[in-house]
Design a binder for this molecule. Structure first.
Ligand SMILES: [Zn+2]
Length: 465
């Protein structure tokens, strides 16, 4: 009796609720005003396998080569002696090959070698080799889509031209190299419809030479790279002002690769904060709120730090979306310095200054982002905002996401002054939506969703008249 009364009241309540509440778009509500993706238990489980001990062992191994200067030795004798960049390169290759054996040959381990110089910072012709592992997508159409993580395995000391002196490069960029390796190790245990590339480049300290060559090769081969995650100085240097709960994510605003026509559009419509790289940065923030990685992305809306550059820029130059991860507070005594003690101050990029738990957390954030994107459908094609008429509603159209994995779409929007997406409306498996909201007041985007709730990168529409 009591129970049936309760259920009758409850049923009435549901009916009232259903009839009295108008259908409203779901709000993205989190502490950071952005969204949260639905967590995938497969991804959550694989993040637990990221190991700070393995990362420490890998960074210490990289340091053991004494120098990884791009100008250092790479002859067979030095490789056999475990000294110089050639030995580092061979070891990275052998690590990728070991991970591949553990997954039944799932990784294709490759090198990209070329001759550079003489050039600025490269006094004589020098062979530069990028080492990478490809985890090919399991779905023929979606395997053409690539997400990529990279770090540079070359190092330097106070003198960029010093080919033989000690240059441990534990943080810069042993940490980023270790992130690429650890992502390869844990993600090779899963299958993804899209392709993931785990890259380590050389020549960064001489002028981004390795990444420049790789990005150019990718562009000329027509590779569809959806996102590049560049990890450079993610060691969480143990200085007292460090904030180990945060990692900075840098992204360019106005794309360096934008054409004159694209720049005109950006100027006219306020697209300064909607480069494809910035969408990747926002995506990392969503991933950071979704999974327990131990580190929170702090989005920095600029290409890089003052006076500094990095490998993501090489990809930006070729028109790819690419962001840079860097620890919250750098200690310049521990980068680009000869190992020494002066006036009681220790200089040099040594493993003892690196917080390996922090590097592991950054690796988790990277792995979660790579996995989320590689499991997601392709973004919708040809997203357009209709601007034929002066009207207060906004109509968006798009083409179905290629690859056949998308089963529905979401329209996102935010105030023009807001850093992250604030609202979303699920619109089902359609290719057109009209929202009672003026396009003059917000920024819109559309993203694709699959049956398991994986979200693609959002695409900001072009105006169509
Ligand atoms: Zn670096």
């Amino acid at each position: 009796m009591f129970r049936s009364n309760i259920s009758a009241i409850f049923a009435l309540f549901i009916i009232l609720l259903a009839t009295s509440v108008p259908a409203r778009p779901a709000q993205l509500k989190t502490e950071n005003s952005g969204g949260r993706l639905p967590a995938d238990p497969k991804i959550a489980a694989v993040l637990k396998q990221v190991s700070a001990q393995r990362i420490q062992a890998n960074v210490e191994k990289l340091v053991s080569f004494q120098t990884r200067s791009t100008l250092s030795a790479q002859d067979p004798g030095s490789i056999a002696a475990g000294h110089g960049i050639g030995a580092a390169r061979e070891w990275i290759k052998s690590e990728f090959e070991r991970y591949s054996r553990d997954c039944g040959g799932c990784l294709e381990v490759k090198t990209d070698s070329f001759l550079e110089g003489p050039a600025d910072r490269i006094p004589k012709p020098t062979e530069i080799t990028n080492v990478y592992a490809v985890l090919k997508g399991t779905d023929a159409e979606n395997a053409k889509r690539i997400v990529l993580v990279t770090g540079h395995y070359d190092s330097r000391n106070s003198d960029t031209l010093d080919a033989a002196g000690l240059a441990p490069g534990a943080n810069d960029d042993g940490s980023g190299t270790a992130v690429s390796l650890e992502c390869a190790r844990v993600l090779s245990k899963l299958k993804f419809p899209a392709t993931i590339i785990f890259l380590t480049v050389a020549g960064e300290e001489q002028g981004l030479n390795g990444s420049h060559h790789f990005a150019q090769m990718a562009k000329s081969a027509g590779w569809d790279i959806e996102a590049v995650l560049n990890n450079d100085i993610v060691g969480g240097d143990r200085n007292p002002q460090q904030n180990a709960s945060v990692v900075r994510v840098f992204s360019e605003g106005v794309p360096v690769a934008a054409t004159e026509a694209e720049l005109r559009l950006i100027r006219n419509l306020g697209g300064e904060s909607d480069s494809i790289s910035r969408q990747v940065a926002r995506y990392t923030a969503e991933v950071g709120r979704t999974y327990d990685t131990g580190v929170r992305p702090m989005l920095v809306f600029r290409l890089d730090r003052y006076l500094r550059g990095g490998d993501h820029y090489s990809f930006n130059q070729q028109g790819y979306a690419a962001v840079r991860f860097t620890e919250y507070r750098e200690d310049y005594n521990h980068q680009h310095q000869n190992v020494r003690t002066e006036n009681g101050i220790e200089y040099g990029d040594l493993p003892k200054f690196v917080n390996f738990e922090y590097v592991a957390n950054v690796a988790r954030l990277n792995a979660a982002t790579l996995a989320s994107l590689a499991l997601a459908p392709a973004p919708p094609g040809k997203v357009r905002l209709l601007t034929k008429e002066l009207e207060n509603d906004s109509t968006l159209t798009w083409e179905p996401a290629p690859g056949g994995r998308a089963t529905s779409y979401e329209v996102l929007w935010r105030a023009t002054t807001s850093p992250e997406w604030e609202h979303l409306q699920a619109v089902g498996n359609l290719t057109r939506a009209t929202l009672p909201r003026s396009k003059d007041n917000v920024v819109f985007a559309v993203r694709a969703v699959d049956d398991d709730g994986h979200r693609s990168l959002p695409v900001v529409p072009l105006p169509e008249r």
